[in-house]
Design a protein around this ligand. Structure first.
Ligand SMILES: [Zn+2]
Length: 1028
């Protein structure tokens, strides 16, 4: 994987924290018993600092003989994390760090089998395993809740990074190679293949990616940031195997390494294992990998790039992107970075920010330019602002607006309550708990630590907030002066513009074929024979039965047989509305949700429900206009959002529930304010401001269209399932390509009134308590107060004056198991599901022609619902097929970035591929996978592995905010989940073969197919395909 980290950007997303109570923290107490100077297994402790705000103790250590750096965070969290990070600073765009990241995972000294990394996915209960190549470091993280598993994974990770085999065949498979299109036919033409080669071709179909990449390359042009660390597709074929090995020798050395561990497992054990299995075999070296400071410019610069045409652009004449970026100080200056990241939030976040008002509301473009705001993943940070979706003729105007806005801010400053809202947000972010705190920390510290910044100082957010408040108090113009210094008076600024070129992909293909010709022209007959033989050798080695017995593994018997039950209590409020209460250690945060049914909504309004949801909390309500409402939401809550849901029934594929979920969170002390906001949104939402509505529509249309390159496989899967169940049809309407197209049409309308007028109509059917249920997750102490607030909210809600008819008359009621405090219920509450007796599943094949050089393929097969006895077998089968067959066929042999099979809770068995150079051939691989499964060519050990892998998902940690959601949304009780668990344990070889025959054999069930990708002559010739 290749990524440019941008996590824990405080202003813009949730920070993921999972604190427990400080007092009961055994892991922290143990950490505090160590002393600075203590020597443990070759390491010396340099610093121990408790950070009570985050309920952790941070420790810095260094390795005596190699100088390796080590950072440990002790915290009462069982989801332990390890990561090792190397500073990788390439000086060309051959993608050497990225290819290396892939190849070290292909086999190592102690674990010489092919692909130990992917094999461990099936031999472990890891909650996360991955590897990332950033611009200037490569990171290998994993997390698990099981201590034996931690040791196993640590052993595999250490051996992979320090003692990889780096075989030539691995380089060919993962990096790039010349190979015959059909490897067994020496007459077929030679082409470029390789996983990273295709991955990067796919990555640059994303125009936002092209923009961000150029931005970094041009703004920091003097050293490693001027190249593409992931590899530019045309430069990857310049990389040699020798260069790869050399890069490993110089960069993957302990003296250039940073180790990070997190969680409640004892530190000593980690240190011993790392020392014994890796570090004691090395001597100190001088890594020379530091990035020098960027030389500052005397005058601003401009640059222009081209990209592919956006097929879904809301207005084809407005496809230009422009951004102005300013270089900021070194990210190791932690307080300055903190200040500038807050300042960036004030400048661009939400409808009250000056750049939103000046740029977004100018109507010139569709949305901000990519990477807008503070970017702290390079040694010097930068701030960027601009617009996308503008007309070429408006470039100068946008630049002027940006300059003028900066001048205005220097003069006027910011409103006090916006600064206060931002600081409150940091408080709620520190308290809100997620299940991946360790991973979030690891990425949060990675960039700063990479350049010798202090990770402990970085984690001391409370201290930074205090200092920030002090600066503001002492100097009311503190922020304005920063704007003057870093924006107005900064000569190191880049104006980057990007335009689509209709022939972009054609030109790229042309350059690729020139490169190919150049490579082929210099081949001798001998070379060609060698290429043919190597191709066959690679194919043979990929097809060989694989022996993974050298790898450590957990066993199914290591898995907890019983599910920990979540205690829930559901009572009736306002007379008849069920409210589910789930008491959890939420650390002073309340989570409130409501689900409202769409059963009475007229058919023609349904496609507009997603739009309704996305604007409902952004248009104003009651006495608040949309700006004041945004301000209230920021001040009083951690977020309020609304989303459409299609919920499959657990026992019948033709039945589903349709509705809208309202979600929110706030600090205990703000609950009544938040519920008041919900009240106003439900009772008095505003739907009048046409101009503001237009802005919101353009932004969502742009977001949907930008998402296709990254989520193409999801769109293909949703489309493939559309004709298989009635729920599938609705899902396509809400979240599929149909929705993308609808939004494009709406955004292009010259007069949007007709759409705006639909919103109050949808409101009438949806925003009342006719068919609603609620849930609260909070601390036990907060529950009775929360109950009172919910009661007040519900009593204030309107009811329909007349009894509304269900649009689909076939309603199936399912009881909600309600515990009443006094034990007797008068009206038993129900969930009201629907069915459509006229629906018949049918086959459908759709090809969406997109101007991408890669495909996303999806095939759906209708099988059985969750509580059916065969569901567990199909779930294990999907995992088994992915690990033991599809991964080899689609990724290793086919060169796609990913592919596999999965079983959804909607009972659809889906085959998919991601960034795939093939399309029709991949469909054949899906068929072959079924034959493989039917013939039973798998072992008991394979089944055991598939089970482990499924359980690592089943037993993934659930955050306190999300406990009980299976029950609230899907109606799944603890007992039903335990029943499914037992069936998973019991799945046998016979059952797996049996379900392959019964459901997946061609001609046996109804299936749907969809491909997103370039023109395809095979598909065009086949009349069974619908081309769109
Ligand atoms: Zn990759």
């Amino acid at each position: 994987m290749w990524s440019r980290w941008k996590l824990l950007d405080l202003g813009r997303r949730f920070v993921n924290y999972k604190p427990w109570r400080w007092r009961s923290s055994g892991a922290c107490d143990r950490a505090l018993e160590y002393k600075v100077g203590d020597k443990i297994h070759g390491f010396t402790i340099d610093q121990i600092t408790p950070i009570p705000d985050l309920f952790l103790v941070a420790m810095k250590l260094s390795h005596d003989s190699t100088g390796a750096k080590y950072f440990h965070v002790a915290r009462e969290d069982a989801n332990n994390l390890f990561s090792v990070q190397f500073r990788t600073t390439p000086m060309d765009s051959s993608g050497v760090p990225h290819v290396l990241e892939h190849t070290v995972l292909c086999g190592s000294k102690k674990y010489p089998c092919r692909d130990p990394f992917f094999k461990m996915l099936n031999r472990s209960l890891a909650t996360f395993m991955n590897a990332f190549t950033a611009s200037d470091y490569t990171l290998y993280p994993f997390s698990t809740q099981n201590s034996k598993d931690f040791q196993n994974l640590l052993s595999v990770y250490l051996d992979a990074v320090f003692f990889p085999c780096l075989r030539e065949l691995d380089f060919w498979q993962e990096g790039w190679r010349l190979e015959h299109e059909n490897p067994s036919d020496p007459q077929s033409r030679l082409v470029f293949k390789g996983v990273v080669f295709n991955e990067m071709k796919g990555a640059f179909t994303d125009n936002e990616r092209i923009f961000s990449q150029s931005l970094q390359n041009q703004l920091l042009p003097d050293h490693t940031y001027s190249v593409v660390s992931g590899g530019s597709p045309l430069s990857i074929p310049d990389l040699s195997w020798e260069q790869l090995k050399q890069f490993h020798a110089t960069h993957y050395h302990p003296s250039n390494a940073r180790f990070f561990t997190y969680g409640n497992l004892p530190l000593e054990q980690h240190l011993r294992q790392i020392q014994e299995e890796a570090l004691n075999k090395f001597q100190r070296t001088e890594p020379n990998t530091a990035v020098p400071a960027q030389k500052l410019w005397d005058t601003p610069r401009e640059y222009h790039v081209t990209c592919g045409p956006d097929k879904f652009a809301t207005d084809p004449t407005k496809q230009t992107t422009i951004g102005v970026s300013f270089l900021l100080p070194d990210i190791t200056d932690i307080f300055e970075s903190f200040t500038l990241s807050l300042l960036s939030s004030l400048l661009i976040d939400g409808p009250n920010s000056p750049f939103y008002k000046a740029l977004i509301e100018s109507g010139l473009g569709t949305d901000f330019s990519p990477d807008v705001g503070y970017n702290g993943h390079t040694r010097e940070a930068f701030f960027s602002v601009g617009l996308q979706g503008i007309s070429d003729t408006h470039i100068e105007m946008v630049k002027e607006i940006i300059n003028k806005t900066i001048d205005e801010i220097i003069e006027k400053g910011f409103e006090d309550n916006r600064v206060e809202a931002l600081l409150q947000k940091i408080e709620i972010q520190m308290k809100h708990q997620s299940t991946s705190f360790g991973l979030a920390l690891s990425s949060y510290i990675a960039s700063c630590w990479n350049h010798e910044g202090d990770p402990i100082e970085l984690l001391n957010l409370g201290g930074q907030v205090t200092r920030f408040r002090k600066c503001l108090k002492e100097n009311p113009k503190f922020l304005q002066e920063k704007v003057k210094q870093y924006f107005k008076n900064n000569q190191h600024r880049l104006t980057l513009s990007m335009n689509p070129d209709e022939k972009y992909y054609e030109k790229q293909a042309q350059m690729e074929s020139e490169k190919l010709k150049e490579k082929i022209d210099c081949l001798s007959m001998e070379d060609k024979r060698h290429i043919y033989e190597k191709g066959l050798e690679l194919q043979a080695s990929q097809s060989k039965p694989q022996d993974a017995t050298c790898l450590p593994a957990l066993k199914v018997s290591d898995i907890e047989p019983n599910l920990p039950f979540t205690e829930l209590e559901t009572t009736l409020a306002a007379g008849e509305i069920p409210v589910q209460y789930c008491a959890q250690p939420t650390n002073g945060v309340v989570y409130f949700r409501a689900f409202s049914s769409l059963n009475t909504l007229p058919e023609e309004l349904r496609p507009y429900v997603p739009l309704f949801c996305s604007v409902l909390t952004k248009m104003g309500c009651g006495i608040y206009d949309y700006r004041e409402q945004a301000q209230q939401i920021e001040l009083k809550t951690g977020g309020m959002s609304v989303s459409p849901h299609v919920i499959p029934d657990d026992s019948d594929l033709d039945i589903y529930e349709q509705g809208v979920l309202f979600s929110s969170l706030c600090l205990d002390r703000n609950l009544s304010d938040m519920m008041h906001l919900w009240s106003e949104i439900f009772n008095n939402p505003h739907f009048e401001d046409e101009e503001h509505f237009k802005v919101l529509v353009k932004m969502s249309a742009q977001e949907l269209s930008n998402g296709i390159a990254n989520s193409g496989h999801l769109y293909a899967s949703i489309r493939a399932s559309r004709t298989l169940t009635p729920a599938g049809d609705l899902l396509e309407t809400f979240s599929g390509m149909d929705q993308v197209r609808l939004m494009k049409r709406v955004a292009e309308m010259p007069d949007i009134k007709s759409v705006l007028r639909k919103l109050p109509r949808i409101k009438k059917y949806l925003l009342n308590c006719d068919n609603m249920r609620c849930s609260v997750n909070a601390t036990p102490q907060q529950m009775s107060q929360a109950g009172k607030e919910v009661e007040i909210f519900l009593k204030n809600l309107g009811r329909s004056k007349k009894e509304r008819k269900f649009v689909r008359p076939h309603v199936i009621e399912k009881p909600i198991d309600c515990k009443s405090i006094d034990g007797n219920l008068v009206n038993h509450p129900t969930r009201k599901l629907v069915t459509d007796p006229t629906f018949k599943p049918c086959q459908m094949k759709t090809h969406f022609v997109l101007p991408f050089p890669v495909n996303y393929v999806g095939e759906g097969v209708r099988t059985v619902p969750y509580s059916h006895p065969d569901y567990a077998s199909l779930r294990i089968l999907a995992r088994l097929m992915t690990a033991k067959f599809l991964h080899t066929e689609i990724r290793e042999k086919g060169g796609a970035y990913g592919g596999g099979a999965k079983l959804g809770t909607n009972g659809i068995f889906t085959f998919y591929s991601y960034r795939d150079p093939n399309s029709v051939q991949t469909l054949q691989s899906f068929e072959k996978a079924v034959s493989w499964a039917k013939s039973g060519k798998f072992t008991e050990a394979d089944i055991e592995e598939a089970k482990l892998s499924v359980f690592s998902a089943v037993d993934a940690p659930i955050a306190p905010s999300d406990k009980g959601m299976d029950h609230f949304l899907y109606g799944l009780s603890n007992e039903m989940k335990q029943g499914h668990r037992e069936k998973l344990f019991g799945v046998s070889r016979e059952q797996l073969i049996n379900v392959s025959n019964k459901y997946l054999r061609s001609g046996q069930s109804t299936r749907g197919l969809a491909i997103l990708g370039p023109d395809n002559s095979n598909i065009e010739k086949d009349p069974s395909w619908v081309i769109r």
